[in-house]
Ligand binder design. Structure first.
Ligand code: DAH
Length: 374
């Protein structure tokens, strides 16, 4: 009988010696304790519990032992690995708790700090003001109407009783749209010079009574300067019903200026001429700054109305029966009033804007003081 194979004794296998296993365990525990971050702990984990770690290699040696030695060595390696895994898990949760606490401190948001975010955009004061004016009429039951900006000459002029030789039709005022042959002025299409063509469109679209308000963009061949821009905005108003008179026009306008400028405001009418209204008038409103007190009073000059006491608003009048007829409305049964004015001008005197170019150049230093209305 041969002697016991000494080299199979676990005590003889270097990696399985009890003190060797204890050393491996203690090294692992020390490495975990020394790991000061989750990344460092991960490295220690790979080194001390991974497939190439000393304890894993020792574990592999067990298979080669004789049966009687396997249990003993397996128990010692198993206990060491158990202790290592336990220490690893404990350190892992310790470091995670530290990280969570740190994140709470480092990533805390001080909501009281002044902010420097990119300011939110807002709509242009021209748009918001135009809608505010339109709202005054909507609250009286008027309907918003729209028409095209590239308009048939017939709607822009003919339907509104402009004679073929009316000066407003001339090239110096009107943008004519070229026809397919590049024929200027013969295509019958223009960029609308006012919002009044929407009067004709609305009358053709609807049965009276008609109460519409049309805010929109219009075009004229003006050079851009402090008081002119080739693209600007108007608001048009049209009421057609039975028995409407100039008193209704006046009352409606008074209501508008009171809503926009204050309860003590009023309007006045001065005779004027427009082909599509008869009689026609120019509408002025009381200067909302000096309320007329600057007139003849050199001690109290008013910049807003140039001490005139009144500010010109726009044109108005009773709808010319010829327009009603052109749009299929019986002038024996119905009458109407209309009004149209420029938004830029009104925004200018309402907010003391001295140069119209500020309104179109898109510089936020101009628009910002109007607020962030959207
Ligand atoms: N359309 C005219 C213009 O642009 C303004 C105007 C005058 C409109 C009289 C009207 C009106 O509705 O009745 O100069």
């Amino acid at each position: 009988m041969s002697a016991p194979n000494k080299s199979y004794d676990p005590v003889e296998v270097e990696a399985l010696k009890p003190e060797e296993i204890e050393r491996m365990r203690d090294e692992a525990l020390a490495a975990f304790a020394a790991a000061d971050s989750l990344d460092a702990l991960h490295e220690a984990k790979v080194a001390h519990t991974g497939p190439a770690s000393p304890l894993a290699l020792a574990n592999r040696e067990i298979g080669a032992l004789p049966p009687h030695a396997k249990a003993d060595a397996g128990k010692r390696v198993g206990m060491a690995r158990g202790a290592v895994n336990k220490a690893l898990a404990a350190r892992q949760s310790e470091l995670e708790a530290e990280r969570d606490a740190r994140v709470l401190v480092e990533e805390a948001v001080d909501v009281t700090l002044p902010h420097d975010r990119v300011p939110a955009g807002a709509r242009h004061p021209l748009t918001t003001f135009m809608e505010r004016v339109a709202d005054v009429f909507v609250s009286m039951g008027y309907e918003i109407a729209e028409g095209p900006e590239v308009e048939a000459e017939w709607f822009n002029f003919d339907a509104l009783n402009f004679t073929p030789d009316h000066p407003a039709r001339q090239m110096q005022d009107t943008f004519f749209v070229e026809g397919p042959e590049g024929d200027r002025g013969e295509s019958g299409v223009v960029l609308r010079t006012h919002t009044s063509p929407v009067q004709a469109r609305s009358l053709l679209d609807r049965e009276p009574p008609v109460y519409i308000v049309c805010p929109g963009r219009v075009y004229r061949t003006d050079e851009l300067d402090a008081t002119h821009t080739p693209v600007f905005h108007q608001i048009e108003l049209l009421a057609v019903d039975e028995g409407l008179t100039m008193a209704d026009l006046k009352g409606t306008m008074d209501h508008m200026v009171q809503s926009l400028f204050g309860a003590d405001m009023k309007t006045r009418l001065r005779p004027n001429y427009f082909p599509f209204t008869e009689p026609s008038a120019e509408m002025d409103m009381l200067c909302y700054v000096c309320k007329g007190e600057s007139v003849g009073n050199p001690d109290r000059p008013c910049r807003t109305c140039s001490s005139e006491g009144w500010i010109e608003l726009g044109g108005c009048g009773m709808v010319n029966p010829r327009v009603l007829v052109a749009c299929g409305v019986d002038p024996e049964k119905y009458s109407g009033f209309a009004f149209g004015f420029g938004i830029e001008r009104m925004l200018m005197f309402r907010h003391n804007v001295e140069d119209m170019r500020d309104m179109v150049e898109g510089d936020v230093r101009f628009t910002r003081p109007f607020g962030m209305e959207i």
